[in-house]
Ligand binder design. Structure first.
Ligand SMILES: Cc1cc2nc3c(=O)[nH]c(=O)nc-3n(C[C@H](O)[C@H](O)[C@H](O)COP(=O)(O)OP(=O)(O)OC[C@H]3O[C@@H](n4cnc5c(N)ncnc54)[C@H](O)[C@@H]3O)c2cc1C
Length: 327
């Protein structure tokens, strides 16, 4: 075997795009109405929204902009949240649950407008596959509910899936889903917001917070402070650092990126494919690089150029998810 580099601490999007823009670090004490801590996609969306509403806003990030988990994301845009609608109904009631799902649906359209033409935004169908027979009943229940509420979904059985080249027991197909370059989108949003008066400071870490009446004082690693009326924590996975109690523990997450594929026509409709059995998400990017994201500590069995058991078969392609991994 030649030089096989299986692990890297370089996230795909930053390698692909490089440093799109640098911002200065904080070098004096400042004031603002709203401070957003974290310049990933969440912070960028929030800062743009606030700035458009005329709020005097500052974004800080301890790294370069977009270098948090945004730069490692596979950036599948799905309106589904992690909890299936039928389960969410039990937790928050049918109306609130439906509202959450509809908000997700609308957000994909909005993101398309926000992304413009430079962020590789593309609408894609999404297949949530039942890789184990035991998962079919739950997925089917989810499908029936969403169909009843007129969400844009259809059901694919084993045979129909095989025609798409997928080996699984059934799948819920959502018509509305998309993919994007999340790093570019983050930079684009911040650039647009800066035109409206946003101040962005990177390589600036918030280390301490003090609340006074009507304001918050945020101390940074270089000794300067930011006094603001409101502070928003868009600190992604690192939010745990500032919480008094432990609400989350982390397992390993892996993003696999293949070499460019000459012609991915066998990847039916370039669909987004995901499953809950081993929380896994896959897509083939414009420009034809496949990548997928697996959340758990796993052993990955590699065959043929890193594509695992994804293999061409009868002109279609076959993804045998559960068998593709030795867990
Ligand atoms: C491998 C992988 C794949 C993923 N794929 C998807 C996907 O396909 N679809 C999807 O929707 N989601 C995906 N996610 C989740 C993804 O991370 C989020 O959707 C999104 O990118 C989170 O953005 P964020 O802005 O909230 O967090 P981040 O991008 O992590 O941004 C948080 C920022 O806060 C900064 N920060 C933290 N603490 C401080 C501090 N004290 N002071 C200053 N700055 C600070 C960090 O430097 C960072 O830049 C994936 C995650 C991983 C790890």
């Amino acid at each position: 075997m030649g030089d096989l580099n299986l692990t890297s601490d370089l996230p795909f999007w930053t390698v692909r795009n490089g440093l799109l823009r640098v911002y200065p670090p904080l070098d004096r004490d400042i004031r603002c109405d709203a401070l957003v801590i974290g310049g990933g996609i969440s912070g960028a969306l929030l800062a743009r929204r606030l700035t458009r509403r005329g709020v005097d806003c500052v974004v800080i990030d301890r790294r370069d902009i977009g270098f948090g988990s945004t730069s490692a994301s596979t950036a599948l845009l799905q309106y589904e949240i992690d909890t299936p609608l039928h389960e969410l109904q039990h937790r928050v009631g049918p109306q609130a649950a439906e509202r959450a799902y509809r908000a997700g649906l609308e957000s994909i359209e909005r993101l398309e407008k926000l992304a413009g033409r430079q962020c590789d935004f593309a609408m894609r169908p999404s297949f949530q596959v039942a890789t184990r027979r035991a998962d079919v009943a739950g997925l089917r229940k989810e499908y029936e509910l969403r169909r009843q509420l007129r969400f844009p979904v259809s059901w694919l059985d084993r045979k129909e899936l095989r025609e798409c080249g997928i080996v699984a027991h059934g799948a819920l197909r959502s018509r509305v889903a998309a993919e994007v370059d999340p790093y570019r989108l983050t930079h684009r949003l911040l650039r647009l917001a800066c035109e409206g008066g946003l101040r962005v400071l990177d390589r600036t870490t918030a280390v301490r917070y003090e609340q006074a009446r009507g304001s918050v004082r945020v101390m940074t690693d270089r000794g300067h402070t930011i006094r603001c009326r409101r502070v928003f924590f868009s600190t992604g996975y690192e939010t745990q650092d500032i919480l008094p109690d432990t609400v989350v523990t982390f397992k390993s997450t892996y993003a696999f990126v293949s070499e460019p594929i000459a012609d991915p026509c066998w990847w039916k409709d370039r669909a987004l494919i995901w499953g809950r059995a081993i929380l896994m998400f896959m897509r083939v990017r414009r420009g034809a690089t496949a990548f997928w994201w697996v959340e758990r500590t796993i052993m990955f069995s590699i065959r043929r150029g890193g594509m695992g058991r994804l293999r061409r078969r009868r002109g279609g392609w076959c993804a045998s998810f559960t068998r593709c991994f030795r867990i």
